[in-house]
Design a protein around this ligand. Structure first.
Ligand SMILES: [Zn+2]
Length: 280
């Protein structure tokens, strides 16, 4: 689940492929209103290396798995590990099948999604087969969201924390807005300090102005908060239960986004109402 809700027009078709010198995207066949073009499964490999890391295997889909396996075999390489940016099923459902087929482990923050491994937390560095992968904790979309920074490549894989188009959902109550804003600031700092040039997102096309994108996300979040605050004071909702308040706010603030993503907008509004309630 991504919940791309409105947002900037990072237009253009997206089919994946070889994107940077370290990262290749195999696009999963699960496009939809909540998954944009489908899940980006990332194959990360140092030039010439025989060991690769697969990030976000995506849905449990044999044909997708075969496409990833072909991509790896064509380079005379093999899969050494699978990493998950978070546990949402459109990223993780195929992880076990992929790991068993490849004879490798699955590393994730949430123990429920780990397979034959010791897990993964922010601050970890994986340094094998010529690739350094720095794990960055970026909770907010979900509590278990991680990003993966590739210093040699000048790129960062952001999962659903930053998407290739639109903006993401804060999947309340697991995700919270205060954590999400912190994570955006953490990414903004990393991008500036480390000269990251490319965001490799969990859905949609890659982004080549990472700092501008994060600034947009931050501005958008604050704009939405202002809109939600205004809607709550305009609508006569003081006596209503919070679920009904959230529904009325979605109808007012998210009137311009397709109804297919309203259920996700509802989660983001719940997150925003909670954020505003704790800051009165
Ligand atoms: Zn997600």
């Amino acid at each position: 689940m991504t919940g791309a809700i409105g947002g900037p027009g990072f237009a253009g078709e997206w089919h994946g492929g070889a994107i940077t010198s370290y990262a290749t995207c195999v696009l999963a066949p699960n496009a939809g209103p909540q998954t944009l073009d489908g899940t980006n499964t990332w194959v990360v490999r140092a030039p010439g290396a025989t060991g690769v890391t697969v990030i976000d295997p995506g849905p449990n889909d044999i044909a997708h798995w075969q496409q990833v396996a072909r991509e790896v075999e064509q380079r005379g390489a093999r899969i050494e590990r699978i990493l998950l940016t978070h546990g949402h099923l459109d990223h993780s459902a195929g992880a076990r099948l992929f790991a068993e087929a490849a004879g490798c482990t699955v590393q994730a923050l949430d123990p429920a999604h780990q397979y034959g491994s010791e897990g993964l937390v922010g601050g970890d560095v994986i340094d094998e087969s010529g690739v350094e992968i720095h794990v960055v904790a970026t909770p907010g979309h979900t509590s278990d969201s991680l990003s993966f920074y590739l210093p040699q490549d000048g790129s960062i894989l952001t999962g659903d924390t930053v998407l290739g188009r639109g903006t993401t959902v804060v999947a309340y109550p697991d995700g919270t807005l205060v954590e999400y804003l912190d994570s955006l600031h953490r990414l903004r700092e990393l991008i500036a300090d480390s000269h990251v040039s490319t965001i490799l997102p969990g859905h949609g096309p890659t982004l080549n102005q990472p700092d501008e994108v994060i600034d947009y996300y931050l501005a958008h979040r604050h704009e939405r908060l202002d809109q939600v605050r205004a809607a709550v004071s305009e609508l006569d909702v003081a006596e209503l239960p919070v679920e009904d308040v959230a529904q009325r706010v979605v109808e007012s603030v998210y009137a311009d986004v397709p109804r297919a993503v309203w259920p996700l907008a509802l989660l983001s509004v719940r997150a925003q109402l909670e954020y505003l309630a704790t800051r009165r």
